[in-house]
Design a protein around this ligand. Structure first.
Ligand SMILES: Nc1ncnc2c1ncn2[C@@H]1O[C@H](COP(=O)(O)OP(=O)(O)OP(=O)(O)O)[C@@H](O)[C@H]1O
Length: 242
């Protein structure tokens, strides 16, 4: 396998800030503030897997199992506490829809901003701008500030920008959740096109039938640990049996 993503023994912990009673805080202060008063929560525990060039991998698991955290680590918006993550080629993602969008800028300005963040030159963006707008089908709103967009309109523009930036590796988290049915179909068709072009995909979704249909492989996370890595249909069976 020619890996484009390597995840090696990756651990990610979050600090949970909970409220403490007066007594707890007092005891903590009087005992010399020795023990850390905040709790550590391990969202990912020594997870390892690889994604090969041209492969489509579904990342599945119940709520809170660590899927989105894993995608954020692969995209580089978060860093692991332990372990190593490596990627090859341009990675584009649809992780938190609209996260890279600035609310006070228009759709048009955000397309340029996001595409530039994803490494495109202005001339390259000019060349695909019309296609991005056509794909998103929100031409009438492209010069409106995005703070007035609906969540579906955000998704449309964010998905269009991500696919037209020509990524080697495409990361998608619950892509279809807020899009209407015609747009979902269009996104799926575009994803299949990326697959045919030999791009690598990592998809997070609770739509297990779609994962089984769309992906070659499935990785199952349970409470932050990898519990299955194999053919997508078998991964879905493994998750349903948990
Ligand atoms: N920034 C953060 N600070 C604290 N805890 C976090 C943070 N991000 C995620 N977590 C915790 O890590 C765990 C894994 O979250 P994550 O979003 O990766 O799960 P998920 O598998 O994508 O869940 P879902 O299917 O519900 O979207 C959860 O318990 C969540 O509360």
């Amino acid at each position: 396998m020619d890996p484009v993503i390597v995840v090696d023994e990756v651990t990610k912990e979050f600090t949970i800030r909970r409220t403490h009673s007066m007594k707890e805080s007092l005891v903590w202060a009087l005992t010399g503030r020795r023990k850390d008063i905040s709790d550590q929560f391990r969202a990912l525990d020594s997870v390892s897997f690889q994604v090969g060039r041209g492969e489509s991998v579904g990342l599945i698991g119940f709520n809170g199992s660590g899927k989105s955290t894993m995608l954020k680590l692969i995209s580089g918006v978060m860093v692991p506490d332990k372990g190593f993550i490596g990627t090859k080629g341009k990675v584009a993602g649809l992780i938190e829809v609209g996260a890279g969008f600035h609310p006070d800028l228009t759709g048009r300005e955000n397309v340029y901003l996001n595409a530039a963040i994803l490494g495109m030159e202005k001339s390259e963006i000019d060349a695909v701008f019309e296609e991005i707008v056509d794909f998103s089908e929100i031409r009438d709103f492209i010069d409106q500030e995005v703070k007035f967009y609906s969540s579906g309109m955000f998704l449309r523009l964010a998905f269009a920008v991500a696919v037209y930036t020509d990524p080697e590796v495409f990361l998608v988290d619950e892509i279809l959740a807020v899009g209407d049915e015609p747009f979902q179909k269009k996104c799926l068709a575009r994803i299949r096109q990326l697959q045919e072009e030999g791009r690598s995909l990592v998809i997070v979704s609770h739509d297990l039938d779609m994962i089984a249909d769309l992906c070659d492989r499935g990785v199952v996370l349970q409470k932050g640990s990898l519990v299955f890595d194999g053919p997508a249909d078998k991964a879905v069976e493994a998750l349903r049996a948990l």
